[in-house]
Design a protein around this ligand. Structure first.
Ligand code: ATP
Ligand code: MG
Length: 457
């Protein structure tokens, strides 16, 4: 097991509290991660000093969570979260403790924490591990175990069971039987947890390392098994047992799990892999001959993904990125594509999104057969893209040699008609980039005016 060796600055930080006759313990994730031999960059400290006393002892202190007994000390390049020993009671809304009560000892503080592996402390002055809940032994067994009675602890705070699943997929650990068994009976509490807190854990599950069949899919399968998936992502739960034909060896949900494991560990890509076929149940049509089709499922999936991600309170820029990938995931390149077709593809997808879309395609391909797809299979389209890019970069309205002002000068009124005319000019340029010159486009625009019912003046 790894050694606990905080950097010197953290010991120096603790010495300041020590000179004031106060205690300083490293707590939570840092202790766990040192013992696991992982790198540690977040330092949380527990102390018997009150927040006001901490604030007096250090020159640079931010009152980040003073109501909860936490301040952030800026110290020699670190942001150290310092929290007074706490005990928490009365979780009446299932989300936040109603009030913070300070505790007298570190043991009491550790007793309110979620899992034994998170309930260890390292006395920074004595350099001793404090482990009243048996966290070290559980770490050694790769076991996630609630502190105390799991039913009680999950009923206090409904986020804890999702955290258990998150740690299980991040670390590849098992969840102790009683702890796992307490999830079902306390789902009522879980339903009350805010979307933001669920989102943060879900994103950590999605970024879990581990590769095929043991990355994010471990956490997602546990969510499914315990009933959490149906609460957080009912649209995904509905993909279970939706059978596919052709090359597919999995139903839609297992396909999505495998795809998300295979996608590079970036938030937008993992979310796109998870949701790219979520519209399949809705679009599924089974013909008389047994033929199955999912016509326009990418559009339905994109629409559903937008609704899901909005509900999870993800930032709009990320949502846009994900739905863009989902909407375009069905491209089917063949050698017969003309250069204009390659340019239209680029215009639709965006030059800067092509590699992400390709990564999604490889992940999607893995999810079809459960076997890796040769990344070189995308090289022919890559080469075609390079070739058309060498010739022209005009793939969007802003790349056109004429803009609204020029069109206005030849009598095109601002508004929807101008928009349509510009779109048609872009189509023309995608067909033949050599036409992207001011004079030629104005000439074409003048000819098109009649078609749009614009009077000459
Ligand atoms: P990470 O490395 O992902 O940050 P962490 O264990 O540090 O993992 P945090 O959310 O930063 O997780 O929480 C810090 C510590 O606070 C935890 O290790 C745990 O001791 C305690 N804790 C966090 N959330 C809860 C909770 N919902 N209930 C009880 N204790 C909690
Ligand atoms: Mg942390």
């Amino acid at each position: 097991m790894g050694r606990i060796h905080p950097p010197r600055e953290i010991s120096e930080f603790a010495a300041v509290l020590g000179r004031a006759d106060k205690k300083a313990f490293l707590v939570g994730g840092a202790v766990r991660d040192y013992l696991l031999g992982r790198t540690v960059s977040d330092f949380d400290v527990a102390t018997d000093a009150r927040p006001e006393e901490v604030a007096r002892l250090y020159p640079r202190v931010v009152p980040t969570g003073i109501k909860h007994g936490t301040v952030t000390v800026l110290w020699k390049g670190h942001k150290i979260e310092v929290t007074t020993f706490r005990t928490e009671a009365d979780y009446s809304d299932g989300r936040h403790p109603d009030r913070v009560a300070y505790a007298a000892t570190i043991e009491e503080d550790l007793g309110r924490r979620d899992f034994t592996m998170n309930a260890m402390a390292f006395d920074l002055r004595e350099e001793l591990l404090v482990d009243p809940e048996g966290g070290r032994a559980d770490l050694g067994r790769h076991l996630i175990r609630a502190v105390g009675d799991p039913l009680e602890r999950f009923a206090e705070d409904g986020l804890r069971p999702l955290r258990a699943l998150r740690f299980a997929s991040q670390l590849g650990f098992e969840i102790e039987e009683g702890t796992l068994g307490a999830i079902g009976p306390t789902l009522g509490r879980f339903r009350l947890v805010s979307a933001e807190r669920v989102r943060d854990e879900l994103l950590k599950i999605l970024l879990a390392p581990g590769g095929a069949f043991q990355g994010p899919s471990r956490g997602l399968r546990l969510m499914e098994k315990t009933g959490m998936l149906a609460i957080v992502l009912p649209e995904l739960a509905a993909c279970r047992d939706v059978e596919q034909k052709g090359m597919h060896v999995f139903d839609v949900l297992d396909h999505l799990y495998a795809s998300v494991d295979a996608a590079p560990p970036e938030t937008a890509l993992r979310l796109a892999a998870l949701l790219h076929d979520v519209g399949k149940p809705e679009s599924k049509v089974e013909q008389d001959g047994g033929e199955i089709s999912f016509h326009r499922h990418e559009e339905i999936s994109a629409r559903m993904a937008a609704a899901i991600l909005t509900r999870l309170k993800l930032p709009n820029a990320l949502i846009d990125e994900v739905i863009h990938l989902v909407r375009h995931h069905m491209f089917a390149y063949e050698e017969g594509w003309s250069d204009a077709a390659v340019r239209r593809f680029l215009a639709r997808v965006g030059e800067d999104k092509v590699e992400a879309l390709f990564a999604l395609r490889l992940a999607d391909g893995f999810g079809i057969t459960g076997l890796p797809v040769d990344p070189r299979s995308l090289d022919p389209l890559r080469r075609r893209i390079e070739a058309v890019l060498a010739e022209s970069h005009a793939f969007g309205l802003r790349d056109l040699a004429v803009g609204g002002a020029e069109l206005a000068s030849i009598g095109v009124p601002k508004g929807p008609v101008m928009g349509r005319l510009l779109a048609e000019l872009l189509e023309t340029v995608l067909d033949d980039p050599s036409l992207n010159e001011r004079a030629r486009l104005l000439e074409i625009a003048a000819r098109l005016k009649g078609k749009y019912g614009i009077e000459d003046h």
